[in-house]
Design a protein around this ligand. Structure first.
Ligand SMILES: [Zn+2]
Length: 213
């Protein structure tokens, strides 16, 4: 945990939008700009991916990020590495303290395996990602959706090496803030999951802010 507050004033943000649960979102964040994601009501899971804006095959790499920092959890100071070894963004403030990048995005398949066969048709993050890229980020396809970050989601690693989806550690108003180290595109699925205690079975909206350099 590396709790750190930001001094940036929301009134001075150049971009400010609420993203409802179950919705996708994509936006370009330019080098030097700061992106903040606010967990408005607490314990939401914000499935997030980052891409080099000009070369989207150069994208967030969970494996490289974990290896470079020697830690599976993301927090203040974490540099988010790309598949080409570039630093896409750095987490510069964090009032939640811990974010997951191992649990992956919920999907029709995982809903069946984790919960029940009839959950296959429930709304899920992978479908939201696919819809968002089809509508706004052509010519990206499903091969461009790699392992993602789950901001605010609590996925503790057990001593045996297993993963648990656990009660959240976030709370209303907590946020994470990232400085763009190059021009990036952010892709978000604000998770609609109704079967997972990580969000108290209650998906809620988040707020996205961007400040200019
Ligand atoms: Zn999800």
């Amino acid at each position: 945990m590396a709790l750190k507050e930001s001094r940036l004033d929301p009134a001075r943000a150049s971009f400010d939008r609420v993203v409802e649960s179950g919705c996708g979102f994509s936006h370009d964040v330019l080098r030097g700009q700061t992106l903040r994601i606010v967990d408005l009501e607490g314990n939401q899971a914000v499935d997030t991916l980052f891409y080099d804006r000009l070369e989207r095959t150069n994208r967030y790499s969970a494996v490289d990020t974990i290896r470079e920092q020697g830690n599976v959890y993301l927090t203040t100071g974490t540099r988010l590495f790309s598949t080409e070894g570039d630093v896409l963004l750095t987490i510069v403030a964090d009032t939640c303290g811990r974010h997951d990048t191992l649990g992956g995005a919920c999907a029709a398949e995982s809903n069946q395996v984790r919960y029940a066969i009839e959950k296959k048709f429930m709304h899920n993050c992978r479908d939201t990602f696919l819809l968002e890229i089809a509508e706004h980020l052509a010519p990206m396809t499903k091969r461009d959706i790699p392992a993602n970050i789950n901001f605010f989601m609590n996925v503790p690693l057990t001593p045996e090496g297993g993963l648990m989806f656990d009660d959240g550690v976030s709370a209303p108003g907590r946020y994470v803030e990232l400085l763009a180290e190059r021009d990036v595109t952010v892709l978000i699925s604000n998770c609609p999951q109704l079967n997972n205690p990580c969000n108290a079975y209650n998906p809620t909206p988040v707020r996205i802010l961007v400040w200019d350099a």
